[in-house]
Design a protein around this ligand. Structure first.
Ligand code: HEM
Length: 412
């Protein structure tokens, strides 16, 4: 196929990778315009270089299902819009294509199977009750650091057999470094600190993996890794990358949905009433908050060959960004999509977990955690009243909050 002249491309009206759009919560309008006028568009210049954007539900889903044309492999590019320096590339299975992806995912997935999650449900509830019972009712506190982070990090500690009280801070710091949240990851100082943090993380996890190696195989996540053919003898960099994947995957995402819940219930107070009237809606409310909040703004693919999408010619080797945050607000699939509606019939059709071979393996764990937080709030008869504006993450990749001052009130 002939190469494509730049002026034949649909040029995006806005560079939607700009952090300001997310920090200032101004992303809705540009995405709505692009869904209507330009579902596939080219941004020739951005802080992350040129990139394609796909913004509608059907086209994001279509690209996700064609993993041969649209590669996730770190060897072809990155899985986010950023292009990290080569030494920061994380060769984990989310950043791999088949057959490596297939073999490694097969090792991890059973640890998140519905049968395993049944036994986690009780631990999630205990962790949630433990945290909520300690909140200072009637005083202002930060929901992010007192609920969202310790709930999700605590569960990860439990899954890895770490101490949730002593090790949550370490895990959070490693997760933030691994995902590069809020940092200028181009400076030498940052890269040196990144390396030091990743080495500390690997050292701790190598201890845990060695303990599992010395014990008989079990269904435990780390045990499955060390005793498997596909993941039993990974290089240090591959071990680090896969641990980072599990921590970042399980942390920033669910954390931001639990924070987003507060914002949604504040903007749509009738939805809290609806949950009180019919608690059977809670599992659907968990799906709806994941759709409405979309904690992972996008994933990125790289084309392996020249291709065509919605009339646009995309040459091989280009960045294609799949904007879940936009697909989940697509009115053609979700009527009145900006509304948070706990009874929405098709909330489950959201693309926040991705779609196709890389669909989130931790989805069920995330859903259980979010539904449990909702159940416990409803059971306590609380209204969570924001005290001022939340502080939003400066990231075009993770959509969420760094601070959210709130006060717990009894529902009137
Ligand atoms: C993959 C979102 C929770 C672990 C993914 C992907 C997305 C995502 C968008 C990539 C899909 C793609 O490329 O097509 C989310 C959201 C969550 C969440 C929105 C919470 C609301 C979790 C949890 C864990 C986890 C709790 C584990 C503890 C993973 C892993 C992958 C993944 C290991 C890689 C799957 C693969 O490449 O086959 N997730 N995630 N995630 N997620 Fe999650």
């Amino acid at each position: 196929m002939a190469s494509v002249a730049a002026d034949d491309r649909a040029i995006a009206p806005v560079d939607i990778s700009r952090e300001a759009l997310y920090v200032e919560d101004r992303w809705h309008e540009p995405f709505a315009r692009m869904r209507k006028d330009m579902p596939v568009s080219w941004c020739p210049d951005s802080p992350y270089g040129p990139y394609w954007s796909v913004v509608t539900h059907d086209l994001v889903g279509k690209v996700e299902l064609d993993h041969e044309t649209y590669s996730s492999s770190w060897q072809n590019g990155n899985i986010t819009i950023t292009t990290p320096p080569p030494e920061s590339n994380l060769p984990n299975f989310i950043a791999a294509d088949p057959p490596v992806h297939t073999a490694q995912r097969k090792v991890i997935q059973p640890a998140f199977a519905p049968s395993q999650m049944k036994t986690r449900e009780q631990q999630v509830r205990e962790r949630c009750a433990y945290l909520l019972d300690r909140l200072p009712v009637g005083e202002t506190f930060d929901w992010v650091t007192q609920v969202s982070i310790p709930q999700t990090m605590g569960m990860l500690c439990i899954i890895f057999d770490m101490d949730p009280d002593a090790e949550t801070d370490d895990l959070k710091r490693w997760s933030d470094f691994a995902s590069g949240v809020g940092e200028n990851n181009q400076t030498d100082e940052y890269r040196a600190e990144w390396m030091a943090q990743m080495q500390a993380m690997l050292a701790r996890f190598d201890q845990l993996l060695d303990e599992r190696r010395a014990a008989p195989p079990s269904d435990d996540l780390l045990s499955r890794m060390v005793h498997s053919e596909a993941m039993g003898s990974l290089s240090p960099m591959e071990r680090l990358a896969n641990i980072a994947l599990l921590i970042v995957g399980g942390n920033d995402t669910t954390r931001n949905s639990i924070s987003g819940l507060v914002e949604a219930l504040d903007l749509f107070p009738d939805q809290l009433d609806a949950l009180h009237e019919d608690p059977a809606l809670i599992p659907n409310a968990a799906q709806e908050i994941i759709r409405w909040q979309s904690p992972v703004t996008h994933m990125r693919r790289t084309t392996t060959c020249d291709t065509q999408l919605n009339g646009q010619q995309i040459p091989a080797g280009e960045k294609v960004v799949l904007w879940y945050i936009s697909a989940n607000r697509d009115d053609t699939v979700f009527p009145d999509a900006d509304r948070f509606d706990v009874a929405r019939g098709n909330a489950r059709r959201h693309l926040a977990f991705g779609h196709g071979i890389h669909r989130c393996v931790g989805a069920r764990l995330a859903e259980i955690q979010i539904a449990t937080v909702i159940e416990e709030i409803v059971a306590r008869g609380w209204r969570i009243a924001p005290q001022g504006k939340p502080t939003r993450l400066a990231s075009p990749f993770l959509h969420g909050f760094t601070e959210m001052p709130v006060k717990l009130e009894k529902r009137g």
